[in-house]
Design a protein around this ligand. Structure first.
Ligand SMILES: [Ca+2]
Ligand SMILES: [Ca+2]
Ligand SMILES: [Ca+2]
Ligand SMILES: [Ca+2]
Length: 222
């Protein structure tokens, strides 16, 4: 009887583990990236959360492809991209355009590798996702860099389903802040940028532990 119960538990947990693995894979179903992960428009190599020598406001570290891009990559790897007087943006609004997104979105998230936002000192930029206002009043201060994560609000998800695209517009407005971007990433899942999803190996270990505990208890009771 105890043996049958144990076998049942082992099989159940294995099935549970396989289902979890499937779900884990689905979490990484699709991402779209504008720019790359090769550094900022501030003269540093990479990655976030370190200092840079951003004393050159018109720093331009773009590749040839980035310079000719029209999806928003032209705004990465430069410092002060959305400010008048600095290449490549003649106006004051930078747009990152993700296209071909289709419909059927139920959730989504974005992350940006960005540098040197100082809203409290120089004024906040105005940022919209498909025209829907977002809060980008960041105060990292000179000369910090950061990767920021955003779960998309439901109205943004709805707008992606309606249009099949996501347009991130960054308007410098009255801000005199200088800042840079390495890349912008979009995912059709939330939680991809956190560590809340257990690894399959963790699930199997957990399953093994539960089986062990069940067997121990069984032995104790008998
Ligand atoms: Ca980076
Ligand atoms: Ca680049
Ligand atoms: Ca700045
Ligand atoms: Ca880059």
């Amino acid at each position: 009887m105890a043996k049958n119960l144990s076998i049942f538990l082992v099989v159940s947990l294995l099935v549970f583990g396989m289902v979890c693995m499937t779900n884990t894979n689905n979490l990484y179903a699709a991402t779209w990236m504008i720019g790359d992960n090769d550094g900022y428009g501030a003269g540093i190599a990479d990655n976030a959360n370190h200092n840079f020598n951003g004393y050159t406001a018109n720093y331009d570290g773009r590749s040839a492809a980035e310079k000719t891009a029209t999806n928003g990559a032209q705004y990465t790897d430069t410092y002060s991209t959305t400010h008048s007087g600095y290449a490549p943006q003649p106006g004051t609004v930078a747009t990152f355009t993700f296209t071909g997104l289709g419909s059927g979105w139920t959730e989504g998230s974005m992350w940006f590798d960005m540098a040197d936002f100082q809203a409290s000192t120089f004024g906040a930029v105005i940022v919209t996702y498909n025209g829907i206002l977002q809060n980008w009043a960041f105060n990292d201060g000179f000369p910090h860099t950061k990767v920021r994560f955003f779960d998309l609000e439901q109205n943004v998800v709805d707008s992606i389903n309606a249009t099949g695209e996501l347009i991130v517009a960054i308007d410098r407005n009255r801000s005199s802040d200088f800042y840079g971007f390495d890349y912008a990433m979009l995912s059709n899942r939330i939680g991809e940028n956190t560590n809340t999803v257990p690894e399959p190996s963790t699930i199997i270990l957990l399953g093994a532990g539960l089986v062990g505990a069940a067997l121990l208890r069984k032995k104790k009771n008998s």
